[in-house]
Design a protein around this ligand. Structure first.
Ligand SMILES: [Zn+2]
Length: 75
């Protein structure tokens, strides 16, 4: 199997959050994570960030207050 660089591994981690990876990509990432401690940590961070992002999204249901003040039509 081809040796993947950290940059490619990181790209896959990021991509995985948006859409599921193909089997080849999954294998590539898994293989890299198995031998790269730095990317393992990075992967953890990605997952934490993703979960935090989801939590924020569910919280972001604050109604937008559209107040039409300060715009008096003074002749
Ligand atoms: Zn790496």
């Amino acid at each position: 199997m081809k040796m993947v660089m950290c940059r490619e591994a990181t790209r896959l981690m990021s991509k995985r959050l948006d859409s599921p990876l193909g089997i080849q990509e999954k294998m590539t990432l898994k293989f890299h994570l198995a031998m790269c401690g730095a990317c393992k940590q990075c992967n953890k961070q990605f997952q934490l960030m993703h979960e935090a992002g989801r939590a924020l999204e569910s919280q972001a249901t604050i109604p937008s207050s559209d107040t039409d003040d300060g715009t008096d039509d003074t002749p």
